[in-house]
Design a protein around this ligand. Structure first.
Ligand SMILES: Nc1nc2c(ncn2[C@@H]2O[C@H](COP(=O)(O)OP(=O)(O)OP(=O)(O)O)[C@@H](O)[C@H]2O)c(=O)[nH]1
Ligand SMILES: [Mg+2]
Length: 126
């Protein structure tokens, strides 16, 4: 029998802004690797459930979309594939650096895409 999920959440944002930390906080367990290394710590998109009170929450952690290693395209393809295979998102968290006052252009583009494809993200990509 498939596992029932109350909340399926997607975390996106720039490298080092705290996506994995927030994922661990939401799930109340340390499942995603956290680092203050300037290079991208999270390499692939993957999802984890919590346990006990958070067992019905599925958090999808993603790599930073703008890292120094130039492998964004590969990360992006794997991220899109993962999301395609996990329809039914309840929320998308875009994690910002509080000290960075400007909204980066790629984040604006990302938001536009999410709005454009919101039906598919919620009900499944066609
Ligand atoms: N001050 C402060 N530091 C934070 C916060 N959230 C995360 N950090 C720190 O920021 C650093 C990066 O956190 P991560 O959770 O690994 O960031 P990430 O967005 O997953 O990074 P990548 O996986 O590399 O894309 C770590 O040293 C965290 O301890 C926060 O809310 N406040
Ligand atoms: Mg991370």
């Amino acid at each position: 029998m498939s596992k029932s999920i109350d909340a399926k959440l997607l975390l996106v944002g720039e490298t080092g802004n705290g996506k994995s930390s927030l994922g661990n906080f939401i799930l109340n367990r340390k499942v995603f690797s956290v680092s203050d290394n300037p290079q991208s710590e999270t390499k692939i998109t993957r999802g984890e459930y919590g346990i006990d009170d958070t067992k019905d929450i599925f958090v999808i952690d993603t790599p930073g979309l703008q890292d120094a290693e130039g492998t964004d395209k590969e990360h992006l393809v794997q991220m899109v594939d993962f999301i395609k295979n996990n329809p039914g998102l309840q929320a998308i968290f875009i994690i910002f650096n509080f000290h960075q006052p400007r909204l980066p252009l790629y984040i604006q583009t990302l938001i536009n895409y999410y709005v454009m494809y919101s039906q598919e993200l919620i009900f499944g990509l066609m």
